[in-house]
Design a protein around this ligand. Structure first.
Ligand SMILES: [Zn+2]
Ligand SMILES: [Zn+2]
Length: 116
């Protein structure tokens, strides 16, 4: 039994959502085969996935990307920690350099800081 890539033919009026008994189902989850309504359906590459299976998958970034979240938003989310880390390293390097310069000047007799 090979499932159709786009979901098998489905008659909406024949079943209700697994999570919302009062709502008509609009599709079948490709993984658990549960009938799901529009709210519970996430279409990934034209294939229906229920919320439970998406949560079970656990890969939220990949799910968000495949669900249609702009690639740039996902990249920004993944790059923010790197940007913060880079800024922290830059600040630390700046202070280390300034401290080194101050120590070098203080250790130099008749250096730049003393004018006679
Ligand atoms: Zn499912
Ligand atoms: Zn539902």
């Amino acid at each position: 039994m090979q499932p159709h890539p786009g979901g098998e033919p489905f008659a909406p009026h024949t079943a209700h959502c697994r999570n919302h008994p009062g709502r008509q189902g609009i599709g079948v989850c490709v993984r658990c085969r549960a009938v799901i309504c529009l709210e519970c359906t996430t279409r990934i590459a034209g294939i229906n996935h229920c919320t439970q299976c998406l949560e079970a998958a656990g890969d939220r970034v990949r799910v968000a990307r495949q669900a249609g979240v702009p690639q740039r938003a996902v990249e920004i989310l993944s790059l923010v920690p790197l940007a913060v880390l880079a800024a922290a390293v830059a600040v630390a390097a700046f202070y280390a350099l300034a401290f080194g310069m101050a120590m070098w000047q203080a250790a130099s007799p008749g250096g730049l800081t003393s004018g006679s």
